[in-house]
Design a protein around this ligand. Structure first.
Ligand code: HEM
Length: 433
């Protein structure tokens, strides 16, 4: 017993000391660290993240907008600390002035590595720089720009517009007007065009009214599934959980493995076929341009084109879906755009002249050295679609078919697409007025 009391005597002072300081630290941590965002003494912001995971974007935006500096910090013990900012000065500091200090980093790259390898979208430093230089050089060439315009024009004229005409009840005999998921149609359009620009391969997802051959639709499906599931890893507040699931090959990680294997096999077939093709010098797509330089392994080529696919696949479809949704409540704007296809009013000064806004304030295409390489292509796609649709059709959103209160929700994935799609009815313009 003596030795027990003796040990207690020695242990009590450090225990009291540690308890006293722990109590003070915990009391301090209870204070809100950012506007309205409280940290739990032991779990940090984990409970707040979990409670708001169903409305992550709205929640973080409310906090950022509510803070005088337009930024919020967070910490989760033993795992992440981070800052979310909407402050243009911070954005410029990160994306341009101190670009070298803010790489994507091993953590983010590691999450996409099994899907995208070290392609342009998923690399840093020298590995990123040589790909960026080559790709920027190719994208600045007139031949690639012309190729993009030709691909988009053909897809609009031969597939997209005929599909809308059928949906409007054309085709003889005054057929019925059907409800169409416009987002799905735009995604097929985007997938066809980006595959042709990146691979020189036509998956025909919009051909024949969107009835696809099985193998081709499977590629689009697997690509979408792999992308969404892989992005889900970023949203898991417990960082190691996806690694454990991957190691055990269970749950979402099991599905990711299958989807990635399908995507890689499909992409590799195209890379190998292109490598053996004699006509590579005469082709305009991005893959042929890299193959012609004869410097890269099959895996490197595959990763480069997959990076283009992830960057360009859904982005314009999501942007256009939200555009048509907004326009559906502003027929006056739709009529004015149809009169003269022009930049949205938001970007026009009082004299009607175009006023470019800071890319650090409107970061939709990113800014600084990693700015989107497909911006011009995206504009070609979006302007062609908007101009052609508004010239010939009226798009009525079918609000009754949108879940909840008739306002679409977004999916928290790379491009914030609409949850459940955009149900619309298409009318010929003459019938509309
Ligand atoms: C409305 C449509 C689009 C939007 C809003 C958009 C936006 C963006 C953004 C925000 C990034 C930076 C992503 C990051 O570093 O994590 C990016 C990068 C990129 N985008 Fe786009 N994009 C669009 C369309 C396209 C298209 C159609 C292409 C394909 C030709 C494309 C090709 C790329 C590439 C290759 C990168 C990687 C650049 C790099 O890391 O150096 N984008 N884009």
């Amino acid at each position: 017993m003596d030795s027990y009391y003796c040990s207690m005597l020695f242990l009590l002072p450090p225990i009291l000391y540690v308890s006293y300081h722990l109590t003070r630290i915990l009391a301090d941590k209870k204070k809100p660290t950012t506007h309205g965002l409280k940290a739990h003494p032991l779990l940090g912001h984990l409970p707040a993240f979990v409670n708001n995971s169903h409305r992550f974007l709205d929640w973080t935006m409310e906090l950022v907008v509510g803070s005088p500096e337009m930024r919020m910090g967070f910490w989760i013990p033993g795992m992440r600390t981070g800052i979310i900012t909407g402050n243009p000065a911070d954005v410029e500091h990160i994306l341009r002035t101190n670009f070298a200090n803010y790489p994507k980093g091993e953590h983010a790259i590691g999450m996409l590595e099994d899907f995208l390898g070290h392609g342009l979208f998923n690399s840093d430093g020298e590995q990123w720089l040589w790909q960026r230089k080559n790709a920027s050089y190719e994208f600045s060439k007139r031949s690639l720009r012309k190729f993009v315009v030709d691909v988009v024009q053909d897809e609009v004229a031969d597939r997209f517009l005929p599909l809308l005409r059928r949906a409007a009840g054309d085709g003889g005999g005054g057929g019925d007007v059907v409800v169409l998921d416009l987002q799905d149609v735009l995604q097929r359009f985007g997938f066809d065009t980006i595959c042709m620009v990146a691979f020189g391969h036509d998956p025909r997802c919009l051909a024949d009214g969107g009835v696809m051959e099985d193998a081709k639709s499977e590629f689009m499906h697997s690509f979408g599934e792999a992308q969404d599931l892989v992005i889900g890893r970023f949203l898991d507040p417990i960082e190691v959980s996806w690694k454990i699931k991957k190691w055990l090959n269970v749950g979402t990680e099991r599905r990711i493995r299958k989807a990635i294997a399908d995507v890689h096999a499909f992409a590799m077939d195209i890379v190998r076929a292109r490598r053996q093709s004699a006509s590579v010098q005469d082709r305009d797509d991005v893959l042929s341009r890299f193959v012609a330089s004869d410097k890269h392994s099959d895996e490197v080529l595959r990763d480069i084109v997959l990076s283009f696919l992830i960057a360009g696949r859904e982005s314009t479809a999501s942007g256009l879906s939200w555009f048509f949704w907004l326009l559906s409540s502003r027929p006056d704007v739709a009529a004015r755009i149809a009169d003269e296809v022009r930049a949205p009013e938001r970007w026009l000064g009082e004299d009607g002249a175009f006023q470019p806004a800071s890319p650090f304030r409107f970061t939709v295409f990113h800014a600084g050295p990693r700015m989107c390489l497909g911006k011009e292509m995206a504009y070609v796609q979006m302007k062609s679609i908007v101009a052609n649709v508004l010239e010939e059709f009226v798009v009525d959103v079918v609000k009754e078919e949108i879940a909840g209160d008739g306002v679409p929700e977004h999916v928290l994935s790379i491009t914030l697409r609409m949850k459940g799609g955009l149900p619309v009815k298409i009318r010929r313009k003459a019938e509309a007025y």
